[in-house]
Write a new protein. Structure first.
Length: 96
């Protein structure tokens, strides 16, 4: 059996290295995406179900203040219109 040259073996190892680097990069992007989705789900859950004062008022106020500056595209901001709108003042039921 003919032995491959050192150059051929190095080329094969470099190709394997590139494949592994690509796979690692893909895994890291998937992990980052999963973290973002879970964090977003947690924040939305706290906004909808949160029982503490921060979840009820502070978190909404913070998001209204900080989110608009985070978005680079109007389409992205439009996805959060429901969170960015000021809530309508509550009407008292007693009347006057």
């Amino acid at each position: 059996m003919a032995r491959r040259s050192i150059a051929d073996r190095l080329a094969q190892l470099e190709a394997q290295r590139k494949t592994l680097v690509s796979k690692l990069s893909k895994q890291e992007r998937a992990r980052d995406t999963r973290r973002k989705v879970l964090l977003g789900a947690f924040i939305l859950h706290r906004l909808e179900k949160g029982q503490d004062a921060f979840s009820k008022d502070g978190l909404h106020d913070w998001l209204r203040r900080e989110l608009p500056g985070f978005f680079a595209r109007d389409d992205d901001a439009a996805l959060f219109d429901d969170l960015l709108k000021k809530p309508a003042p509550e009407k008292s039921e007693g009347g006057a």
